[in-house]
Design a protein around this ligand. Sequence first.
Ligand code: 9WO
Length: 265
Amino acid sequence: MAFEFDVITLFPDMFDAITKHGVTGRAKENEFYGLYTWNPRDFTENVYRTVDDRPYGGGPGMVMLADPLEKAVTAAKLRQTASGVSEMKVIYLSPQGRLLDHELVKELGQLSGLVLISGRYEGVDDRLIKRQVDEEVSIGEYVLSGGELPAMVLIDSMVRQMPGVLGDPESANQDSFVNGLLDFPHYTRPKVYQGDIVPEVLMSGDPVRINRWRLQQALGRTWLRRPDLLALRIKRGMTAEENKLLEEFKKAYKANQNKMNQGKE
Ligand code: 9WO
């Protein structure tokens, strides 16, 4: 049975961005997952089909009404159950949520379905969140115009982890962050681009040397750009080989810095 996503959104067409393009488009066609959208506007009772109102306590902007959202969530949960989903969570995408990382992507992948609420305006009536939401998830520390892009980010990150979605079964494991390191640099043709040549080792055809170089680059880049990630990785244990490669990278980097600084000071 496929993983089922149900999304509550005022802008269902936005989700064409993932369902009609690329890896996530193909995965949907091949029924690796199902995605169904619910518009709270379709669950309104009045002629204006109102989904928002002014905030109690005053202030700028509007707040999404609890009732149309709750009716949409109820319909979404019903569809999940009818599709055979047994383990489901309701997630509200918000800057107040738990930060999305590879750990959370794996955790949510253990479920069989998700109901995602994409808010608009200044937010959602808090009583809806208390009544219906199991977890709030944030994709980063910034405010957007709505939760649709975050919902798509979450779906994309989960779909590419589904077994069989990426052609090569190894692809998802090669991803950055899976081994707690940043990615190594990539090159393709031509061999020389604007005077810049591809590292010789990548053209050697020696898979042992190539893997060693890539691991060294990943370690070195993580050391340079994400010392916080490297510290975690060191705590979880580095092999003697990894330590040697990193020390070698540091030495080469520092030697290069000294060379660059010649003449200064
Ligand atoms: C709007 C606003 C206006 C004035 C002062 C404070 C304010 N906060 C917000 C706000 O948080 N609006 C949200 C817009 C309401 C819920 C949907 N929106 C949203 C979700 N923006 N950003 C996200 C989001 C979700 C997950 N990860 C990162 C950002």
